[in-house]
Design a protein around this ligand. Structure first.
Ligand code: ATP
Ligand code: MG
Length: 385
């Protein structure tokens, strides 16, 4: 079992980032603080774009625009994003370059990767962005994707079985459609796929339940810190079948599947119910409470990732202060200012708000004032000694 204490462990941080023709940046080199780095500026200035460049170096892709070529600065032919990282005392150079109409090149210490998947996960990162509201407002698949992502990091068998499950599910659904078209229902040919769904489905269900047992207290702890311990939140895992009656339930659903023309029972339909004072957060949580819920999920994800990798992921907080009251902002930043959380990048529209905040919590912070795709000024806040 994993040990979820935020134990002191080797440290990872990005020391320097260089951009050429990346989104609205023509050329920029940024030297970062080991702890807090904030990007302040008006809408459209390029704050999120810097966070996105850091994200590129961890995940080999953008979090805001999945079409790589659209991240090349308008009317240019290529982009380069480079980063100097320090991991466990060792310095690593990461390089991501893309020429229009060519494939993306990704290198670590000048050596190109054969497969990008060899890189993903090596420089862990946890992102909080405005798009994460989907976790609450979106469909159940958004929530399942979140937990599947966290579990897959430490459990490779889980990922493999999930892929096998999804393939079998697709085949079974195709078959159900063919049955409807041909007006013929052949149970025997469904059974081949049922076996795969049951074996992998039961495994996935068991792992998700085990995961929740450990995840929930970590999540609750962080929500309590953020909210000042005023609100009771909970996450429930809702499933139509248990481990012992999974087969029975799948067989029972066959006639329903026949009419629906897809598989109506299984772990692909399970739901995570996000609750505040026993009511759905989606309907009864205020915007700030919903945001706090998401932040607590991400902080718990951070703890799990850190435990698995053995060192801290980088934390990216895009527009984190939006919707949060001053107390919650302070609780959050005090929490992540602790050494255990490592390097943090924050974007906000108000430089003065950031300055005031870091002065009040007494943490060192480098503030980059972003104006129209360049860094206009840099200001460092130092704690009073
Ligand atoms: N490929 C590109 N080439 C040039 N500019 C681009 C490219 N892609 C995006 N941009 C520009 O980047 C700007 C958006 O930058 P970004 O999202 O970083 O803003 P921001 O400072 O985070 O603003 P906000 O406060 O609204 O979140 C837009 O003006 C957009 O046109
Ligand atoms: Mg932004």
């Amino acid at each position: 079992m994993l040990n979820f204490g935020l134990s002191k462990s080797p440290f990872m941080h990005c020391k320097e980032l260089s951009l050429i023709n990346f989104k609205n940046y023509q050329e920029a080199t940024l030297e970062f603080s080991e702890k807090f780095n904030c990007f302040a500026g008006n809408n459209g200035a390029g704050k999120t774009n810097v966070l996105d460049a850091i994200y590129y170096l961890s995940f080999c892709k953008s979090f805001s625009n999945p079409v790589d070529s659209q991240n090349i600065r308008f009317e240019e032919d290529f982009f380069v994003v480079q980063g100097k990282y320090q991991v466990n005392g060792q310095e690593d150079d990461l390089y991501c370059g893309l020429k229009r109409n060519q494939r993306k090149v990704f290198k670590r210490n000048k050596k190109e990767y054969d497969r990008l998947s060899d890189h993903i996960g090596a420089y862990p990162l946890v992102l909080l962005s405005p798009a994460d509201t989907q976790l609450i407002l979106g469909g159940s698949e958004d929530r399942r994707k979140f937990i599947d992502g966290v579990i897959s990091q430490y459990n490779k068998e889980y990922l493999q079985r999930l892929l096998t499950y999804n393939r079998a599910l697709q085949q079974r659904n195709t078959l159900l459609k063919v049955f409807a078209e041909k007006r013929r229902f052949d149970e025997a040919s469904l059974e081949i796929w049922d076996e795969q769904l049951i074996q992998n489905g039961v495994f996935i269900l068991k792992e998700r339940i085990l995961f929740f047992r450990e995840f929930l207290p970590v999540f609750n702890k962080y929500y309590a810190v953020l909210s000042g311990d005023n609100e009771v939140v909970n996450i429930e895992y809702l499933t139509a079948a248990g481990e012992s009656n999974y087969r029975e339930k799948l067989v029972e659903a066959r006639q329903r599947d026949r009419i629906a023309q897809y598989t109506t029972m299984g772990i692909h339909k399970d739901e995570l119910s996000f609750l505040i004072h026993d009511n759905p957060v989606k309907k009864f949580g205020s915007q700030g409470q919903q945001k706090s819920f998401i932040i607590a999920l991400k902080l718990a994800q951070f703890v799990f990732t850190k435990e698995v990798k053995g060192f801290n992921p980088i934390l990216l907080f895009d527009d984190v202060f939006d919707k949060l009251d001053a107390d919650r902002v302070q609780h959050l930043m005090l929490l992540v200012s602790k050494e255990d959380f490592g390097q943090v990048f924050v974007s906000d529209t108000h430089a003065s708000r950031i300055e005031k905040l870091f002065k009040s919590i007494g943490a060192e912070c480098r503030i980059f004032i972003v104006e129209d795709g360049s860094i206009a000024r840099i200001k460092t806040i130092k704690p009073k000694s």
